[in-house]
Every structure is written in C-alpha cells, then in structure tokens.
Design a binder for this molecule. Sequence first.
Ligand SMILES: Cc1cc2nc3c(=O)[nH]c(=O)nc-3n(C[C@H](O)[C@H](O)[C@H](O)COP(=O)(O)O)c2cc1C
Length: 150
Amino acid sequence: MSTATILFGTETGNAEMVADELLTALEPFGITGEVQSMGDYPVEDLCGQQMVILITSTYGEGDLPDTAIPFFDALKQQKPDLSSTRFAAFGLGDSSYDTYNNGIATLIEAVTDLGATQIGETGHHDAESGLDPCDTATTWAQETFAAVEV
Ligand SMILES: Cc1cc2nc3c(=O)[nH]c(=O)nc-3n(C[C@H](O)[C@H](O)[C@H](O)COP(=O)(O)O)c2cc1C
C-alpha cells in the first residue's frame, strides 16, 4: 500500500469534494490517502512525502483561491527541497475565463521549480462543460495511476 497526501485549494468547496472523491478512486491502485487543505499544510512536510496530489481551483484573474495562497507563499519563502517528491495535479476552472485553470499551472510551476517531479498529465475540470468535477477527476485518476508505478 502506498500513501498519497491529497492537498486542495478551494473557495466554494469543489476542489475539496474532488479531493475526498479521489481517496476512493485511488484505493484500487493500492493507494491510501490523507486529504488536507493547503491552508493548513506546512510546506516543509512535502519533503518526506512519497506522493502528493495537488488540486486547486482558479479565482480572480487567474489567481489561486484564498486557501491556496498561504501555501504558495510559503513555498516561495521557505523553498523546501522537493527533489524526492512526486506529484500529480488536477485543476478546476471555467473556460469562459481567459485565465482558464491558471491556478493549477501556478502551483505546478512552483513545485517543479523546487525539484518535484510530476507524474502523468495535468487533469482539468471545466465548469462550462456541465460535467461533474468528481466524475472528471475519477477518470483522470484512473488514467494517471494506471500508467505509473506508485
Ligand atoms: C469570481 C470567480 C472567478 C473565477 N475566476 C476563474 C478564472 O480566472 N479562471 C478559471 O479557470 N476559472 C475561474 N473561476 C471558476 C472556478 O475556478 C470554478 O467554478 C471552480 O469549479 C471552483 O472550484 P472551488 O469551489 O473549489 O473553488 C472563477 C469563478 C468565480 C466564481
């Protein structure tokens, strides 16, 4: 059994719902998880993690949601060494905005700058699509984790 730390950044709860759903979706891959808000997560703890799943929405003009901003700021200030950390990434956005899913792109850049390695492709949910974010995320997780050794 592997362990994943599932971190969400949200304003209205969709990313948290997706994070909770992924706990179940990852079980068949032998992955157990722990879901936490980015707002409560000490970035120095990322260094010891086997696998991190980052999930965030986008707000404002392509900004991170409120709960993800302290996490992002701490990454920039504390610069933890993430060279042993692998992560997967899923973003929630709305393609009617020019800055579609900018939030997850911002976080991916921040952690890869610190040495983390991304597994799989970034997953995206588009609110314009009318699809359920949990269904989109489950499909993404199945494709992503079937293709990698965790
Ligand atoms: C005021 C507002 C601003 C938003 N800005 C963006 C944006 O710039 N880019 C984007 O892709 N989505 C944007 N969205 C869409 C949200 O990211 C999307 O609805 C997402 O599912 C919200 O997830 P959350 O409940 O986890 O915060 C915005 C939504 C609102 C209400």
